[in-house]
Design a protein around this ligand. Structure first.
Ligand SMILES: NC(=O)c1ccc[n+]([C@@H]2O[C@H](COP(=O)([O-])OP(=O)(O)OC[C@H]3O[C@@H](n4cnc5c(N)ncnc54)[C@H](OP(=O)(O)O)[C@@H]3O)[C@@H](O)[C@H]2O)c1
Length: 238
């Protein structure tokens, strides 16, 4: 049990990577607050955790809304007592050449993938700073590391998340809080369901692979901090 007595908030926990992270963290003993907009999906994940005698709190949340994120953290502090770990896995993606990118798609990706990460990080910092410890893991993407044609708007948000994460890591060092970005290549999740001409799903990472990497980042000894991790399918960028 690598996360015994820990309390984690996982955004995007209803499906895909966030769900896998929540299940892995709960298996390792953490009480997990599950945050996303679709309550029915959160309840399914919570039920799965509880059926294995884990602790889960489903908190319907829109990460783009400041009041919603504040309410999430308030509820976790009230019901679970503290916040040790934040994983920001809420995200959306639309792909296509920049010349064809719709302004509303750009705005939606920046709102969820960047503003949502900022709001969630900022909301957990005061309680983490008070307890002088904590771990924040932002799920970025290989699109923040390599130029992938068709990912312009998505990559812009992910580059920004990486920048935010690296600066926050420096700011939080004196406070005993470690902050890192986890940048996966393609992962077989529902995110790809609506993407035409998606890479072959069987060659992608599994959500459980990403959860293992997040678990490593969260469970290192307090003296170590994994701050910028890229995880690729064996076949590389698909
Ligand atoms: N799949 C990949 O290949 C891949 C690769 C690298 C990085 N990533 C990143 O990993 C993260 C998770 O991706 P995924 O593949 O797991 O996606 P997914 O299967 O589509 O799941 C996305 C999750 O985010 C939640 N979400 C979306 N908008 C939200 C909002 N406004 N407020 C709160 N929750 C919201 C969704 O729930 P609701 O819709 O119910 O809110 C869902 O639980 C994203 O940041 C993505 O960019 C994915």
């Amino acid at each position: 049990m690598r996360l015994r007595e820990q309390v984690a908030i996982v955004t995007g926990a209803g499906r895909g990577i966030g769900r896998a992270v929540a299940l892995a963290f709960a298996r390792e003993g953490a009480a997990v607050a599950l945050a996303a907009r679709t309550a029915s999906e959160l309840e399914l994940v919570a039920a799965q955790i509880r059926s294995r005698v884990g602790r889960a709190l489903a908190v319907p949340t829109d990460v783009t809304q400041e009041t919603s994120v504040a309410a999430l953290v308030d509820r976790v502090l009230a019901e679970l007592g503290k916040v040790d770990i934040l994983v920001t896995a809420a995200g959306v993606a639309t792909f296509g050449p920049l010349v064809d990118t719709k302004t509303e798609d750009w705005d939606r990706m920046v709102a969820v993938n960047l503003r949502g990460v900022f709001l969630a990080c900022r909301a957990v910092l005061p309680p983490m700073m008070r307890q002088r410890r904590g771990t924040i893991i932002n799920i970025a993407s290989v699109a923040a590391k390599r130029p992938i044609p068709g990912s312009g708007a998505y990559a812009a948000g992910k580059h920004a998340v990486l920048g935010l994460t690296l600066v926050l890591a420096e700011e939080m060092r004196p406070h005993g809080i470690r902050v890192g970005a986890l940048s996966p290549g393609a992962v077989d999740t529902p995110l790809w369901d609506a993407v035409p001409n998606a890479p072959e799903r069987s060659r992608m990472l599994r959500p459980e692979d990403v959860a293992e990497a997040a678990l490593l980042m969260a469970s290192l000894s307090p003296g170590a901090s994994l701050e910028d991790l890229t995880l690729l399918p064996r076949g590389g960028i698909l």
